[in-house]
Design a protein around this ligand. Structure first.
Ligand code: PLP
Length: 366
């Protein structure tokens, strides 16, 4: 048996005709930039996120970048975030001349530890970017309290967490804005790059719409320097077909996770900790085991996909050497990078496939 980390072909097989038809509408209309598909996707994503506004952009990365640009983050400004995330979270800050200021994670959830944030705040701090890692939201109440006290913007990096909740509130709806990614491997994945910014701030939404179009206020008159951050209507067409399945797919991921949890109970496999305040969408199902290398080798031998998100925390990356961090600065992030392993959790997994994965994991640990 083979169990890949993700099987997008299995998903596509069920929706192929609808996707092709929806893309065909874009092609027939020859509205190749913006247009009704993008507007409709924005309307629907705003609705499922309990946000008033949504602005389609070119990627999750550009959602973060355009948000930071809208808040005027630039040279010398500090933005607090976690070092245990995908590169883009901090990369966007650095690209604008800002300084990523890292704060260690909570060992259980892998999300930024709010009790360490205030110590990192200086006069130059402009914003906090909590990341909702693996599909589970960060401790937003504590983060928002700190942000309000110090008058900071909060950008939720919800690239891995569309549809997840914290105390019943949707990802993206709590901070100043939230950023989604439609990278194909996310729970709501496009057929290429895409992203979205959601917010309840009308002025911010209006600015973002100008921002994604070079800062153009009216035709060939520019209010500020923006970029080409537009969402492709072909992506919107595919995403509109997929969006109605999102809940169902995320529920299937949760069922798969529970299945694994039951089978791993009482073994040396450490299963994911889910904060009782949160409903996760399991973009990743991440375990910890005593001997990760041995397990990876055994899974490979048995044609089972697995992945490490992420093997090196950002403060130790070569490109961020200039920030002056060193090994040992963020012990929980460093520990997590050495211990975590994501197993296949995609919705189309069968019980037989899951059993095969469980069997292989337990074999390797014997
Ligand atoms: C995927 C991801 C991004 C970037 O999204 P892209 O659409 O790939 O640009 C940013 N942050 C996190 C946490 C992600 O997982």
């Amino acid at each position: 048996m083979q169990v890949p980390m993700l099987d997008l072909k299995a998903q596509y097989a069920k929706i192929k005709n609808d996707v092709l038809a929806s893309i065909g509408e874009v092609l027939d209309s020859q509205i190749c930039i913006g247009g009704p598909k993008v507007a409709e996707l924005e309307r629907q994503i705003a609705a499922i996120s309990d946000c008033k506004f949504a602005v389609g952009v070119s990627s999750g990365t550009d959602a973060l970048l355009a948000s930071l640009m809208s808040f005027g983050v630039g040279e010398g400004d500090e933005v607090i975030t976690t070092p245990f995330t995908f590169f883009a979270t901090a990369g966007c800050i650095a690209r604008l001349g800002g300084k990523p200021v890292f704060v260690d994670i909570d060992a259980k959830t892998y999300n930024i530890n709010p009790s360490l944030i205030e110590k990192a705040i200086t006069k130059k701090t402009k914003a906090i970017i909590p990341v909702h890692l693996y599909g589970q939201m960060a401790d937003m109440d504590s983060i928002m309290d700190i942000a309000k006290k110090h008058n900071l913007f909060v950008i939720e990096d919800a690239a891995q967490s569309i549809g997840s909740t914290y105390k019943g509130k949707k990802a993206g709806s709590i901070g100043t804005c939230g950023c989604f990614s439609f990278f194909p491997s996310k729970n709501l994945g496009g057929i290429g790059d895409g992203g979205m910014v959601v917010t309840n701030d009308e002025k911010l939404a209006a600015k973002m719409k100008i921002m994604r179009h070079h800062g153009q206020g009216s035709t060939y008159y520019y209010d500020f320097v923006g970029g080409n951050f537009r969402l492709d209507p072909i992506q919107a067409a595919a995403l509109l077909v997929k969006l109605p399945y999102l809940e169902e797919w995320s529920a299937a991921r949760r069922r798969n996770a529970e299945y694994y949890n039951k089978k791993f109970a009482g073994t040396s496999v450490k299963t994911p900790y889910i904060n009782p305040d949160c409903v996760t969408i399991y973009n990743q199902y991440v375990i910890k085991v005593p001997n990760r290398d041995k397990l990876i080798e055994h899974l490979k031998k048995n044609s089972i996909g697995c992945a490490i998100y992420y093997p090196m925390p950002l403060h130790l990356q070569k490109c961020f050497e200039y920030l002056g961090y060193k090994k040992g600065d963020f012990p929980e992030s460093e520990k997590a990078a050495n211990e975590v392993l994501a197993l296949p959790v995609y919705p189309e997994l069968t019980d037989q496939m899951k059993d095969y994965v469980v069997e292989a994991v337990l074999e390797a640990l014997e």
